[in-house]
Design a protein around this ligand. Structure first.
Ligand SMILES: [Zn+2]
Length: 215
């Protein structure tokens, strides 16, 4: 999991989702009450499997030479409250954060959004770093929602997935659709997709699309 999480940090750089040391990826250690997360303040090109940090589900450092990311409490809260989640990503990616700055959900106006998010990408509450309030806002917004991404108001994006790679994919897709819908709105009014069509697209993409593993 250290190697997986370290490698996925290179992906969020590759896709242009982060600058400087902002943003972080974490992954739950299968079968353990632990997760792996980025160390605080270490630049992306210095991240290795060895300097990843292991924390318990209260966000306490268990293993690692560095302090864990300053967003560790939020990641820990999500892992405690959502046992099905195996990966969490946080970014300040530009277009998605621009929607967050306005506190405006991204409307479902692209089939790719219906596929991946099952509807609009919702906005979570304004929350200050330092206690559980960011984690609470993420969980309150995403529990019972099909979207694996939430735009935390005035802040940025949190995404969840069954594993850290799925959470990174959601972060990449979130920024992609945030940009496209933003551009679309410059030229006119994007057309909504009806709820029944969203349901059909979401169901097909989640259950039929892609390579199925042999059983
Ligand atoms: Zn942040």
């Amino acid at each position: 999991m250290r190697a997986t999480v370290a490698g996925l940090h290179a992906e969020v750089v590759h896709y242009g989702l982060v600058v400087w040391t902002a943003g972080n990826v974490s992954g739950r250690v299968p079968g353990e009450e632990l997760f792996v997360i980025k160390p605080s303040g270490v630049s992306y090109d210095e991240l290795t499997p060895e300097n990843m940090v292991v924390c318990d589900l209260d966000g306490n450092l268990v293993e690692g030479a560095h302090a864990p990311s300053s967003d560790t409490a939020a990641h820990a809260y999500v892992y405690r409250e959502m046992p099905e989640v195996g990966g969490v990503v946080h970014t300040h990616s530009t277009y998605a954060s621009a929607w967050a700055a306005r506190g405006e959900p991204i409307p479902c106006v692209l089939t790719a959004m219906a596929d991946e998010f099952g509807g609009e990408i919702p906005v979570g509450p304004f929350a200050l770093i330092g206690d559980d309030s960011i984690g609470q806002g993420v969980v309150e917004t995403l529990k019972g929602h099909r979207s694996p991404a939430v735009l935390m108001q005035n802040h940025g994006v949190f995404t969840i997935g069954k594993d850290p790679k799925a959470a990174v994919k959601a972060a990449v897709m979130c920024e992609d659709v945030a940009r496209t819908v933003h551009v679309s709105r410059q030229l006119g009014t994007p057309l909504p997709i009806g709820p029944a069509h969203i349901d059909r697209l979401y169901d097909r993409y989640q259950n039929v699309y892609g390579q199925r593993s042999p059983r």
